[in-house]
Each structure stands twice: as structure tokens, then as C-alpha cells.
Design a binder for this molecule. Sequence first.
Ligand code: SF4
Length: 305
Amino acid sequence: MDSYNTIKNYKADDFLLSVWDKSEIYIKALKNWAKQGIYRNPLDNSLLINYPPITAASPVSSAMYSDWRDSLLAMPDDMAVALYIHIPYCSRRCTYCNYYSLIKPEAPESYIDLLIGEINNYQNILAGKKIKVNSIYIGGGTPSLLTEKQLEEIIDIIYKVFKVKDNIEVSMEFHPELIKNKQADNYLKHVRNLGINRVSIGIQSLDDLILTEINRGHTADDALSLLELILAQGFDKVNIDLIYGGLPFESLNSVYNTLKALMRLAPTSISKHFCEIKAGSVDFERYKKVRYYIPIGTRIFAFRP
Ligand code: SF4
């Protein structure tokens, strides 16, 4: 939806004006929340996580669709895009998460068919003109729920429809639960052979008490075993995602021990995400009922103490 909106509001001034108009609606919603005791800083990053912000988006009409198609056709030949493929399924709901995802043991075939159909649609619209792609990111949700065959189908259609530049970064997100799949080693080899050269693993913490409490469905040992398997595959880049600053039962020691164990294995990068408790998450509901649930001293979020 955002991309339609970006293209529709292609003139910078018009676009800025529409963001400004829509932000009034958001501020009104914030004021309503505040009346109920829920406070949120208007500069909270959830307003900025989508660009343009979600508040600037409007429903897609058929007129907008043809604007979008015309904009694609008008793209200069040397222009390249970053391609993001979303897999909105997870095997379980982590308590801090407020992203949209459906709980399924695997990604349904019907979704893969629709995804392939949508990508094929680009080919129909562009009638032979191929969009250049300079990076591919497969995120979620939990992309590592995809079967080898599903992943291969997605990569194949991308290369068929788009002109993928040589030596680009192709990323995929992994959940440590993959290690429980006896074929994890083969799965990773397959991923590597498909040209995926950067992986990002959502480890979050290496404290088993925390992992259980946030419903991650794996242990610290599982996460470390998967990381070792991944490192052994020789991916160009291996990133670890961690969450800190508000997880239940978290302490300075648990953060320090997590970092120490990970640094020993030397991934390419560690991305630290500050824990925020947001509407839509299980933690948000828990905290409304039991406000001392979260460790004292952590910078928290939306509620007046
Ligand atoms: S944090 Fe990731 S794995 Fe957990 S529910 Fe959210 S999207 Fe799914």
C-alpha cells in the first residue's frame, strides 16, 4: 500500500501535504488514548517504521492501480529497486511482538501461489521491460518456515521476472526453532545454493528463563547450535537480532552474558533493538493487568506509571 501511495503522491510538495493532513488524524487518536491513561510520544519510532508513514497511506483504488502501473512503465531504465518479500507466518506468537502475523506450522501453498501471481503480474504490466533489482530481502514473520521447494519457487520467479544485478545482497531471516528440524543442515545448504548470501537470526536473548517467558519456543542452546551451523555454511554476512531494555526477567547480567556468548562466535553484526511494549502484543495486555511485570528501571513505553 505504501508503494502505491508513494507513487501516487510523486510530487514532493503534494506528498508532504498529505502526510501533514493525515498526521492530524493520528494526533487525535493519541489524545484519545491519553484520556484512557495510555501515553505515546508522537515521535515514537512506530510512526517512522514505514516510509511514508502508514498514516499517509490510503486505500488502493483502480485509478491508483493504473497510476502505479504508469509509474512503473515510466521508470528510467537505469533505475534499480530493493525487493522485499514478506512471509507473514509464525509457528507461535512472541509476547513482545506487535507485528501482523498468522500462527501456522508452515507457510500455506495458497500464499506462495498468490505471491508468485503478484510477481508475475509485474511481468504482464511491464511487457518485457525488466525492473532492475539491487537487493533482495526475505523477511517476516518467519521466512524459515518456507519449505526448500517454496523458497526455490520464490527465488526462481524473482530471477525470471526481474533483472537481478550481479553480486547483490540477498538476505533471509531465520528463527532458531529451525534447529529442531532434523534436516536443518541440508536446508541451510539449499538456502546457500539458491544464492542467499546474508542471513539474520532472531536470537533476542540467550537466557532460557527470558526465552520461555517471551514464548520463543527454543532454548539458548538451540540458538547457538543454529548459529554455529549457519556460520559453518560460509554465508557472506550473518547478523544477529537481539532485544534488550525491557524483556521480562532481564538483568544486566543476562544482556552481558548473551553478548559475551555471541561475540565468541563472531557473527558479522549484532543488531540491538530496544524493547518497547506496543499495542497488539501479548505483553501490552499483560502489563495493563500487572504493571510490575516488567523489570524496574527499564525505560518503558505507553503507560503512565
Ligand atoms: S517476533 Fe518474529 S517470530 Fe516472533 S511473533 Fe513476531 S514476527 Fe513472529
